[in-house]
Design a protein. Structure first.
Length: 349
């Protein structure tokens, strides 16, 4: 197979540097027809479902992709905005803000957002950057906590793209930032801002996306990193053990996933007389189906129906200035040593 070519390098070819801001992805429309190919790509990724292809493909194509798209599409329809899927809208906005903030700090860097599943895909965005003559790319991901199911999967996609090209840009990958002080600070300020207006709850629930427990036994550090982020946040907020709880949501399939599960915990809290619970999802930098529908709608219903009196959902960091500041500092730290400064780039090489 011939390798894909780029334009020949000019003698005075100057460095061009980019940040690729990667998120999970989302369907193009809240319809079964659009959700089906998205789910096929997502659930066909061996990083996400680790069942041998010969066993999994008939289940995925014969059962799951016949029934789930319509059910998921109805859920997506409930959170869709006039601009599109919240995950896409926020991810685009974050990329734009990151570019602006890095520019304000004197860096000449292109920022593109990319989705692991759906559009704009990682290979399409890397093609666009290569066409602009980008020579170095920092890959940042919207997953503060590392998991093989998410972080490594995006790295796979970048490497698969590279494997087809003759001239491969220099890459740097940030695997996680679960204990980054500015990320924790952004979360803490978001909670404090909520409490300043609404008062404090009886319990703060920190709900993370789950993964199969087996992945943890096989060495995935995701659970440890989720718990570490939660402890740092609780310490920063001055919370005692009894004032907060970590749970895991979005279980998929029948296997045992990380526990305690979010929804049963909310039901148990409501039934046990806890009057008010606030829920935050620190592992999701952008609001999406899993936060807006599963937590803010389904989770709320579960808590209130089981006897709870008040449920508050604290939104994801989205475009909060504290978060963009954290992201910018993270990017700056990992761009160090690359000639991003405008003056440096104009120097003859
Ligand atoms: C925050 C990190 C995420 C991890 C870890 C993760 C693992 C994981 N997810 C599934 C299955 C599904 N997840 C779905 C949606 C979804 N997942 C994440 C993030 C993580 N997933 C996000 C941000 C979203 C929302 C996307 C959006 O469009 O808003 C879905 C699709 C929705 C649905 O049909 O319910 C599935 C399916 C598995 C199996 C897994 C790890 C093994
Ligand atoms: Fe997921
Ligand atoms: Fe879900």
């Amino acid at each position: 197979m011939p390798f894909l070519s780029s334009a020949p390098a000019a003698a005075n070819d100057r460095e061009r540097i980019a940040v690729l801001w990667c998120n999970l992805g989302t369907p193009d429309e809240p319809t079964a027809a659009a959700v089906r190919p998205f789910l096929a790509e997502f659930l066909g990724d061996p990083r996400v479902v680790e069942i041998p292809k010969a066993l999994w493909a008939p289940i995925l194509h014969g059962i799951i992709l016949r029934t789930r798209p319509a059910k998921s599409a109805a859920k997506y329809a409930g959170i869709w905005t006039p601009e599109g899927s919240p995950l896409k809208v926020w991810t685009q906005k974050q990329a734009k803000l990151l570019a602006g903030w890095l520019g304000e700090r004197g860096h000449r860097v292109t920022v593109h957002e990319a989705m692991r599943y759906g559009q704009p895909s990682i290979p399409a965005q890397l093609d666009a950057l290569a066409a602009q003559g980008v020579t170095r790319i920092l890959v940042l991901q919207a997953y503060p906590q590392y998991s093989g199911t998410t972080t490594a999967s995006a790295i796979d996609a970048v490497n698969a793209w590279s494997a087809r090209r003759r001239r491969v840009p220099e890459f740097r990958f940030v695997n996680d930032y679960h204990d980054d002080p500015l990320y924790i600070e952004a979360l803490a300020r978001s909670v404090e801002a909520h409490w300043k207006h609404e008062g404090r709850p009886d319990r703060l629930l920190l709900s993370y996306h789950g993964i199969p427990e087996r992945n943890i036994r096989l060495g995935d550090p995701y659970q440890d990193q989720c718990l570490a982020s939660a402890s740092l946040l609780a310490a920063r907020l001055g919370l005692a053990q009894a004032q907060y709880q970590v749970t895991f949501q979005s279980r998929f399939g029948r296997a045992k996933w990380l526990e305690p599960y979010t929804e049963p915990t909310l039901r148990a809290l409501g039934a046990s007389g806890v009057a008010r619970v606030d829920v935050m999802c620190p592992g999701f930098p952008t609001d999406c189906l899993e936060t807006l529908e599963e937590i803010a709608m389904e989770g709320r219903d579960a808590f209130l129906q089981s006897g709870g009196k008040a449920f508050h959902y604290i939104p994801c960091l989205n475009d909060s200035p504290d978060w963009i500041d954290a992201l910018c500092a993270l990017a700056e730290r990992h761009l160090a040593g690359w000639p991003t400064r405008v003056a440096a780039q104009n120097l003859p090489r």
